[in-house]
Design a protein around this ligand. Sequence first.
Ligand code: ATP
Length: 235
Amino acid sequence: MLVLENIVTHYGNIQALKGISLKINKGEIVTIIGANGAGKTTTLKTICSLVKPTSGKIFFEGNDITSKHTSDIVEAGIALVPEGRRVFPKMTVMENLSLGAYLNNDRNKIKNDLEKVFDLFPVLKNRLKQVSGTLSGGEQQMLAMGRALMARPKLLLLDEPSMGLAPKIVSNIFDIIQQINSEGTTILLVEQNAQMALSIANKGYVMETGRFVLEDSANTLLNNEEVKKAYLGES
Ligand code: ATP
């Protein structure tokens, strides 16, 4: 479904991605784990064309989408839930969700999609008129995910959904990610919480300073001694 071939991305003189290649099959949950500053967010931004790669190619469902406009990439079926759950804080929950559906003119479909989002995140249904900036961190994460789902993505990119949330909420969010996946959406999940990410993923990539240093099934990575030491807090 998604192929990255030897992607190099710069910020000015800084080479943030040093030639990465990645493959995601339809229906999978794939995770990229790694420390702060490894280049995980830059990978997602490059896929969405929020930063342009210096070289390399990106294919989505067989089509070259390298450096297409972000709006075309969303239209092709890729949606990003950004790091730090960027909802529009002064807008209501309903307004945020409606923005996610901007590509859709069919009222019935929008209504249907809203119902699906409420099934996943019942708490949002009771908060439709609430200003989003006053939601809790977990609720904002749910809203950011709900907004992305309103674009009906085939591939959902999630940037550190666990960040800053209590363990119980993280566990709830990860259950919902699995549910979204089981309903047919392919997922690329970027996480510092390697344990949680690998526990729900099919495949994982370990990123260090702009490169993938390991790539394997999530299960194998969970049992890899180096991964355990460096990312799972085991000695
Ligand atoms: P984090 O978990 O902190 O977001 P990350 O793995 O997502 O880390 P990136 O945010 O992709 O890492 O950063 C990769 C590298 O690119 C880092 O060295 C970072 O300092 C640098 N970088 C990121 N954004 C910019 C920017 N807008 N301008 C210059 N350098 C940047």
